[in-house]
Design a protein around this ligand. Structure first.
Ligand SMILES: *[C@@H]1O[C@H](CO)[C@@H](O)[C@H](O)[C@H]1NC(C)=O
Ligand SMILES: *[C@@H]1O[C@H](CO)[C@@H](O)[C@H](O)[C@H]1NC(C)=O
Ligand SMILES: *[C@@H]1O[C@H](CO)[C@@H](O)[C@H](O)[C@H]1NC(C)=O
Ligand SMILES: *[C@@H]1O[C@H](CO)[C@@H](O)[C@H](O)[C@H]1NC(C)=O
Ligand SMILES: *[C@@H]1O[C@H](CO)[C@@H](O)[C@H](O)[C@H]1NC(C)=O
Ligand SMILES: *[C@@H]1O[C@H](CO)[C@@H](O)[C@H](O)[C@H]1NC(C)=O
Ligand SMILES: *[C@@H]1O[C@H](CO)[C@@H](O)[C@H](O)[C@H]1NC(C)=O
Length: 500
């Protein structure tokens, strides 16, 4: 019965099921792209796709990486899916991911690039969270050329995993995003309908890029920053070429995971005209570049901009509903999804969210319509003074503004982010009525805050031991290696025997 009805659902939806490509750009500055007017950015493909697609002008994420990714994958706001950004970050083991949901309605599912959503246990890896295949790294950052990372505290390990085993023969052979582009191009030429989650490594530090991208930006204010955005541009170009035959049936989203890291000596992104950047709950940290493209987009919407707020968790219900599945995820013990289907908005400019929708951006931060309440301490974090604004061509034009801001639980700040997108004026003293409405709504959400449980209680130390056994490749602690691995599917005769 269950099987028969699932099959009926798949068949009913089959004719309409589009392919989904979600490109997650890492640490992409709001102003580090041509379509925002930046004269130094060389991003012809991104500009053409954005300008010929739908630019999402109020698209929100978390202020840093892992919570944004877990929100995308789980369909929950970050306070309901976890705000931890460490190597221990996880998606609660009881939640169904967007890949589980799409897989259930017949999609081929592929993860490529950065994961940062759990790896202490095999059960947390992409292949166990709904993806048929995966190629990428588990942690938040690594050397682009060598795939080496030290985040787990095991010393330097090679963080590179291919579905169900370390990517033994691949590390050190290409720049990270060149590996990922190659795999992405390969999987989109495979079975359809497909869901590709391509989480690129650019423009995250370390600041490294192939010379051909650096040399064309020598006259820019930050050659490596701009070079890495051009890498993204070329990956997307290569992907659209590979998608030529399936473009009409494809919906592609390109979006950043958080604002650009500005203000440090090394990371020189610009979020102009927004305030602050990565690690901040001002708009520069959480309102990021995003656009929708692909031949599946109705022609009437091409070349438009949408100003309704959309949250990264909304792709879950949007994609799953379009695929003919049910986005509800009623697992016991976990919060329900927060995601709403934004397809009526994206395909026909019909608002789907009520004006009263509470977007629970972070513990202490609530967005309702035009208003954002910050009832948590903001202050200097590392080299990111939270109160500053990027100059348009930071660092060529120095950043302006005070370093410190007086927002806290005792003295909440309130901004009308539509009338005042640069967050110049704290409206809390002028609109006590809005404050009196929003504060209790924020406090009422606190009991729902949920970090998520891992499926096992394995630790970093267990991961280090497993990684040492696997010759220095970052390996989940409970990984059981088969006696021998094939090096590559195409070269079945070539095997490496792992001694453990
Ligand atoms: C760790 O790897 C980095 C490159 O990612 C390198 O610069 C550093 O020297 C390595 N450290 C050790 C102890 O091998
Ligand atoms: C790949 O990583 C392994 C494990 O750290 C290391 O021994 C090997 O030298 C690396 N290969 C390349 C080509 O960097
Ligand atoms: C794009 O494809 C070309 C041709 O295959 C290749 O040379 C180039 O390295 C690819 N770019 C990236 C960033 O992967
Ligand atoms: C895509 O659809 C358009 C009409 O909407 C058609 O003109 C074009 O030939 C189609 N392209 C492909 C590759 O199917
Ligand atoms: C969408 O609808 C709103 C409200 O009717 C309107 O102001 C806006 O211009 C429309 N945008 C597009 C891209 O059609
Ligand atoms: C913060 O703002 C409140 C309310 O305006 C004020 O009473 C308090 O003194 C301020 N604190 C600082 C450190 O400026
Ligand atoms: C992990 O440890 C916690 C605290 O001891 C416990 O409540 C939980 O059930 C454990 N989880 C697993 C999967 O063993």
């Amino acid at each position: 019965m269950v099987v028969a009805s699932t099959l009926t659902t798949i068949m009913a939806a089959a004719a309409l099921q589009p392919n989904f490509v979600f490109v997650h750009v890492d640490d992409w500055g709001y102003y580090n792209v041509g379509f925002r007017g930046n004269p130094f950015a060389k991003t012809p493909t991104l500009d053409a796709l954005a300008e010929g697609g739908v630019i999402l002008d109020r698209y929100y994420t978390y202020k840093y990486c892992s919570p944004t990714r877990r929100s995308f994958l789980s369909g929950r706001f970050p306070p309901h899916s976890g705000e931890d950004n460490s190597a221990a970050s996880t998606i609660d083991y009881r939640m169904a991911t967007i890949a589980d949901k799409l897989s259930a309605v017949g999609y081929a599912t592929h993860q490529v690039g950065k994961w940062h959503a759990g790896h202490f246990s095999v059960l947390q890896t992409p292949a166990q969270r709904g993806f048929d295949t995966s190629l990428g790294y588990f942690n938040g950052a690594e050397d682009h050329w060598l795939q080496i990372d030290a985040e787990d505290g095991c010393g330097n390990v090679t963080d590179f995993w291919d579905t169900d085993a370390p990517a033994f023969d691949l590390n050190g052979t290409l720049y990270g995003d060149e590996h990922f582009a190659e795999r992405a191009v390969e999987v989109v030429r495979g079975d359809t309908p497909f869901f590709l989650y391509l989480a690129l490594q650019c423009a995250h530090e370390p600041m490294e890029a192939p010379e051909r991208f650096v040399e064309i930006h020598e006259d820019s204010p930050a050659p490596y920053e701009y070079a890495m955005v051009s890498v993204v541009d070329q990956v997307v170009e290569n992907l659209t070429v590979a998608l030529e035959d399936s473009w009409n049936a494809t919906l592609m989203v390109v979006a950043s995971d958080n604002g650009g890291p500005a203000f440090s000596d090394q990371m020189l992104a610009s979020n102009y005209p927004l305030r602050a950047g990565k690690y901040s709950v001002f708009e520069g940290g959480i309102r990021v570049n995003a656009f929708v493209t692909g031949g599946f987009l109705p022609p009437a919407m091409r070349g438009t901009r949408l100003r309704d707020p959309i949250h990264v968790c909304d792709w879950y219900a949007t994609f799953v509903s379009l695929a003919g599945g049910s986005p509800a995820d009623d697992a016991p013990g976990v919060p329900p999804i927060d995601s709403i289907d934004q397809w009526p908005l994206i395909s026909a400019n019909q608002s789907t969210a009520a004006d009263s929708r509470e977007i629970f951006l972070a513990t202490g931060v609530l967005l309702v319509g035009d208003w954002k309440l910050i009832a948590t301490s903001v202050g200097k974090q590392g080299s990111n003074p939270e109160g500053k604004w990027s100059g348009p061509l930071y660092p060529a034009v120095p950043a302006v503004g005070p370093d410190t801001v007086n927002c806290s639980a005792s003295y909440p700040c309130l901004y009308n982010v539509v009338a005042d997108p640069r967050e110049r004026t704290n409206m809390a003293p002028y609109r006590p009525d809005i404050l009196a409405d929003m504060l209790p709504r924020l406090w009422a959400l606190y009991p729902t805050v949920f970090e998520g449980q891992p499926p096992t209680n394995l630790t970093k130390a267990d991961v280090c031991a497993a990684s040492a056994k696997m010759g220095g490749y970052l390996t989940p602690a409970d990984y059981v290696a088969p006696f021998a691995f094939s090096f590559k599917e195409e070269e079945e005769e070539e095997v490496v025997v792992v001694d453990y």
